[in-house]
Design a protein around this ligand. Structure first.
Ligand code: 26V
Length: 822
């Protein structure tokens, strides 16, 4: 009999072509005469989605069972990046699909490039959540990611006259083929109003919350595929809508437009992603967002638990809820409310369940970044939760008193409430008190947490604390973004590294192999050439792919010190101007990153980079030796182009300020060497790579503390260093801002008078280190050897390793086999 493959599942090139044409016609409603590139992308996306559905349904069936423990990852951000290419990799059908598309007269790369990436995150924290979902699925761990379906994600960045301009991110404009709405699983969320005490039928004292308004949450599900296995976990994002109950309509009788207005107000909740690095003012809507998605998710979790016949007392046996920073930490109070008020569980039992279920990851030490909500705002939005927090606090402080009698200072420091003229709820304290596990995201960061921000919590419950060094997924960050390198690696050591990144160590034996070295170099050159073409298209600048590609891409922030990098660029420029014959290693400095819209200094740093670029790039005296590029709109898609093309990775934050960093890992895996401080995960990267393969500079965390304690005066550095002084004077006098002499005054003022992030203190060390980099690059053979060894030793930084540690030490979650649905 003739075998005919099913059009929805078949994987032969012929079937894929037929399915693709079919979806173009029946889903997009187009034929080849009128189809746009986007229509073709959509048709392909649906073709791929068809092929993952039986995995997805099989996974749901396998995981919705009584004895299965599910990881619930609560995060205000998921920076997933484009799905199409990644899904092709994880399904293992990249090559067949490429051929099918080619035989259909199209180009797969162009279709992949059509996808508008879901930018539902700011940076590291959101991207980490995405890498963790990838690894959870790769390891077949039952997991659901819960978050918000922002209608507008992180803004698109344009550069006009050197300044950042923000453009609305309308990512849903052309529809989203990767999500499926599940309106049947809608839940209600209450806000505002007041509370009342009453005595229930059993004579028990209870509290009733009479809310002021109701919002409904509609879940939208996106599958998250494991690498070449049958697992397809779910990312469930909540969209806020207005309820349209009978009451609601009656209430608004005769006021149709008033009702529509209320509807628009409700829908605001999931409208837009907030920058996480903007100083927090009374952002009521942000607290509403946090409570909204957390309440939806907890109701969903409880519903799932009861559905499989679980008892609430055993919630922690079926559920591990991870708080990605404090953004979802209101969940502690909400779970208490659901258990005590709605499910009639007694307080002590409820508190035990809550603590056993929740765990908290801290992602920053910056004091200004710790979330606190004014009591007044909190109480008006969540009156019942505020009462619950007071009660948690009362009992908590009682325990503290018992352990440290008479220590009132400690009580004040530990309290969930910050006292003072204006009182605040401290969300990190709520998260710490309500969780059984607390972790930092790199070894150094976890140590500093214990010593600094959460010191009192550590002294109270040291057993809660652990470190979980971040990781990134090698599927997206090597295979998908650097296919040539992936091919070379697999050809040399087999393809086991994709699931077990530790195997990269086997590359060490090729480090001295001339033939391997030259292929390694050639791949880097190809990637640089690709980036060169992209730079030309986006900015019009022509750069030399044979120059050293020195790259800093990350959010723009003073603590990340993009402007330290600029100080070195100007130093080099000055040297070349003073000595036109000077031989230096030709370099291309590439920057990318967004500034929070309200962060003036960060925006000024972008302007600074572009201003220096304008002077340097147009100066014939330095032509062929120095180029500076700011690439607009840095995002996941652009990251996939940039990491593979980098030779030097800039990780130059003030020691003690960058919790981990994850870009540092992506660069390193793809063969870039790091210039960096002993900060965040840099410490561990250097430890793994070997100190001889890492360009280290700058003060250590201890030295930073000591210097500040003894009284840091940036003036001394300015006065004592002629090269530095020249650079600062040039900035102050308008050399890089012709016609606007005072443009960079705020930056210069801050540097010479305060210099909170110690740029001047680290300047000389950075310059000398950069000079060593330039020297080292001249010996290409040696550089390549370092590059190979460096990549070979990055196995630790796979998110698979990180997720295994979370599973074993915090979640108690194990793999569940998935059988495919027929
Ligand atoms: C928030 C704020 C708010 C106030 C102004 C300053 C500021 C600066 C940063 C933030 C973000 C805090 C949370 C965050 O995104 N942390 C990042 O998490 C990554 C994943 O663990 C980690 O690699 C980065 O080092 C860390 O900055």
């Amino acid at each position: 009999p003739v075998q005919i493959e099913d059009d929805r599942t078949g994987l032969s090139v012929e079937t894929l072509k037929r399915a693709f044409a079919d979806n173009l016609f029946y889903i997009q409603g187009k034929n080849a005469d009128i189809a746009t590139l986007n229509d073709y992308y959509m048709a392909l996306a649906y073709t791929v989605r068809d092929r993952l559905l039986h995995r997805w349904l099989g996974t749901i069936k396998a995981q919705l069972k009584p004895k299965v423990k599910v990881v619930y990852y609560l995060s205000a951000e998921f920076l997933m990046g484009p799905h199409l290419g990644n899904n092709l990799i994880n399904l293992g059908i990249y090559d067949q699909v490429r051929q099918a598309i080619q035989e259909s007269g199209l180009n797969l790369d162009e279709l992949i490039a059509q996808e508008e990436e879901p930018g539902l995150g700011n940076g590291g924290l959101g991207r980490l959540a995405a890498c963790y979902l990838d690894s959870l699925a790769a390891l077949e761990i039952p997991a659901i990611g819960y978050g918000l379906r922002y209608e507008f994600g992180i803004f698109d960045q344009e550069i006009r006259d050197g300044w950042q301009v923000e453009i609305t991110d309308k990512w849903l404009r052309y529809g989203n083929p990767w999500e499926i709405a599940r309106p049947e699983a809608t839940v209600e969320v209450k806000l505002g109003g007041h509370t009342e005490a009453f005595v229930d039928g059993a004579g028990r004292y209870r509290v009733r919350w009479i809310p002021g308004r109701t919002i409904v949450g509609v879940p939208y599900d996106t599958p998250v595929l494991g690498f070449k296995n049958n697992t397809a976990n779910t990312l469930r994002l909540w969209k806020a809508e207005a309820p349209e109950s009978f009451d609601f309509q009656a209430f608004n009788l005769g006021d149709y437009y008033g009702a529509v207005n209320a509807k628009m107000y409700s829908e605001n909740i999931s409208k837009v992603l907030y920058p996480n690095d903007e100083p927090m003012q009374g952002r009521e809507l942000r607290l509403e967002q946090q409570f909204f998605f957390v309440s939806c998710s907890l109701q969903d979790i409880i519903r799932r638990h009861l559905y499989v016949g679980g008892k609430l007392e055993n919630l922690d046996k079926n559920a591990a809820i991870q708080l990605n920073d404090t953004h979802p930490s209101i969940g502690i109070a909400e779970l208490m409310r659901l258990l005590v008020d709605e499910h009639n569980v007694d307080w002590d039992t409820a508190w035990q369940i809550t603590q056993d279920t929740f765990a908290y990851t801290n992602h920053t030490l910056l004091p200004e970044a710790l979330e606190r909500w004014p009591l007044s705002l909190f109480g008006s939005l969540l009156p019942r939760h505020l009462e619950i927090i007071f009660e948690i606090n009362r009992r908590f402080l009682q325990e503290v008193s018992a352990k440290f009698p008479g220590d009132t200072g400690r009580l004040a420091r530990l309290s969930l409430i910050q006292e003072g003229p204006e009182k605040f709820v401290r969300m990190a304290h709520l998260a710490s008190a309500g969780s059984h596990a607390i972790n930092g995201v790199a070894a150094l960061h976890s140590e500093l947490l214990k010593r600094d921000v959460l010191r009192d919590f550590y002294e109270l419950s040291p057993e809660k604390f652990s470190n979980k060094t971040n990781g990134v997924t090698p599927r997206r960050w090597i295979m998908l973004s650097n296919p040539e390198l992936a091919f070379l690696i697999s050809e040399s050591i087999g393809d086991g590294w994709i699931k077990n990144l530790g195997e990269l160590r086997e590359l060490e034996r090729f480090a001295n192999d001339k033939e391997f070295q030259s292929r390694w170099r050639q791949i880097k050159l190809n990637n640089k050439t690709n980036l060169t073409e992209y730079i030309r298209k986006r900015t019009g600048l022509v750069v030399d792919p044979h120059s050293l590609f020195d790259i800093q891409v990350k959010r723009i922030h003073e603590y990340k010190r993009q402007h330290l990098n600029v100080l070195y660029i100007i130093t080099l420029y000055n040297r070349l101007k003073q000595n036109p014959e000077l031989e230096i290693t030709p370099r291309t400095f590439i920057f990318g990153g967004k500034a929070a819209p309200g962060y003036f200094m960060a925006k000024l740093i972008i302007k600074l980079i572009n201003s220096v670029a304008a002077v340097v790039n147009s100066d014939p005296d330095v032509r062929g030796r120095l180029k500076v590029v700011f690439l607009p709109d840095y995002n996941v898609t652009f990251g996939q182009r940039v990491y593979p093309a980098a030779e030097l990775s800039e990780q130059i934050s003030t020691a003690g300020k960058e919790a981990s960093g994850t870009g540092n890992m992506k660069f390193s895996m793809n063969g870039a060497l790091t210039i960096g401080t002993l900060d965040g995960a840099n410490v561990e990267i250097r430890e793994e790579a070997g100190e001889e393969n890492f360009f280290l500079f700058g003060l250590t965390t201890e030295e930073v503390y000591a210097l500040k304690a003894r009284g840091y005066n940036p003036w001394d550095y300015y006065n004592g260093n002629p090269a530095l002084r020249q650079v600062i004077d040039q900035l102050a006098s308008g050399v890089f801002s012709p016609g606007e002499a005072h443009l960079f005054e705020p930056l210069v003022d801050h540097l010479i008078h305060r210099d909170e992030y110690l740029l001047l203190a680290d300047y000389q060390s950075y310059v000398e280190c950069q000079d060593r980099v330039g020297e080292a690059y001249r010996d290409q053979e040696h550089w390549t050897r370092m590059s190979i060894l460096n990549s070979a030793r990055m196995g630790k930084f796979s998110s698979d390793r990180a997720i295994r540690e979370y599973c074993e030490d915090i979640w108690g979650a194990v793999a569940v086999d998935v059988a495919l649905e027929e």
